[in-house]
Ligand binder design. Structure first.
Ligand code: AMP
Length: 213
C-alpha cells in the first residue's frame, strides 16, 4: 500500500493517516512530525525549519525532498502525510518512485472548508512529550488539559494560532491545490468529506482503502 494524504491544516489528516497506518500495518511518514522532532531536538534541520514553521510558511523543497527520499528507499509500504506540498515536490517524488520502481496507489484528499479549519485548529492541543493530539471540543483529554497517555500538560502549537492558521490555509491553496490537481489528472485522487466526525471519516477510509491492501 502506497498512499499520499492531502488536506488543509486541521482537516484531521495526521490523525486519519495514523489510524490507516495502524489498521493496514504500513509506515506513517509525516513530514510535519519529522520537522517538529528536529526542532525539539535542536538539530541542524530543526534550526533551519523553526522560524519558517512558526510563520506557517513552507520549508524549502530541497530539504524536504532529501528527507523523504531517504525514507522511501527503505520502504515498500507507506503513507506520506504532508508531502508533496508543492508541484516541485510532486515532480521530485514521481522521479524518485520511478527510480525505485515503485508507484503510488492513491492520493487521499480529506476536504474541509477554511472556517471549519479555523474553528478546529484554535481548539487543537498536543502533548509536548508523547505527541498525542487532542481537540478541546471533539477529542478532549479525560482530565483537564492533561495528556491521557503520559499526564503531561497539553499545549497549543505556535502554528495553531488563528492568524497563522488563516495564513497556512492560504499557503495550502496556493501551493498544494495545484499538486492535488496534478494527481486528479492522473486519476489518483480519492476525496473524503473531512467535515464528518473523526470516526465516520476513519470508517469511510478503511472501506475505501481495503482494496489497496
Ligand atoms: P503539518 O504538520 O504537516 O501541517 O506541517 C507543519 C509545518 O511543517 C508546515 O506548516 C510547514 O512549515 C512544514 N512542512 C511540513 N511538510 C512540509 C513539506 N512537504 N514542505 C514544506 N514544508 C513542510
Amino acid at each position: 500500500m502506497k498512499l499520499l494524504f492531502f488536506g488543509p491544516p486541521g482537516a484531521g489528516k495526521g490523525t486519519q493517516a495514523k489510524m490507516v497506518a495502524e489498521e493496514f500495518d504500513v509506515e506513517h511518514i509525516s513530514t510535519g512530525d519529522i520537522l517538529r522532532e528536529a526542532v525539539s531536538k535542536g538539530t541542524e534541520l530543526g534550526k533551519k525549519a523553526k522560524a519558517i514553521m512558526d510563520r506557517g510558511d513552507l520549508v524549502p523543497d530541497e530539504i524536504m525532498n532529501g528527507l523523504v527520499k531517504e525514507k522511501l528507499i527503505e520502504l515498500d509500504s507507506f503513507i506520506l502525510d504532508g508531502y508533496p506540498r508543492t508541484l516541485e515536490q510532486a515532480l521530485f517524488l514521481d522521479r524518485t518512485l520511478k527510480e525505485l520502481n515503485k508507484e503510488i496507489d492513491a492520493a487521499v484528499l480529506i476536504d474541509v472548508s477554511e472556517e471549519e479549519v479555523v474553528k478546529r485548529i484554535s481548539n487543537r492541543r498536543v502533548c509536548p512529550k508523547c505527541g498525542k493530539v487532542y481537540n478541546l471540543i471533539t477529542l478532549k483529554p479525560k482530565e483537564d488539559e492533561k495528556c491521557d497517555v503520559c499526564g503531561t500538560k497539553i499545549v497549543q502549537r505556535d502554528d495553531d494560532k488563528e492568524e497563522v492558521v488563516r495564513g497556512r490555509y492560504k499557503v495550502y491553496k496556493a501551493n498544494t491545490e495545484p499538486v492535488i490537481e496534478y494527481y486528479r489528472k492522473n486519476n489518483k485522487i480519492i476525496t473524503v468529506n473531512g467535515a464528518q466526525d473523526v470516526e465516520e471519516v476513519t470508517k469511510e477510509l478503511f472501506n475505501i482503502l481495503r482494496r489497496f491492501k
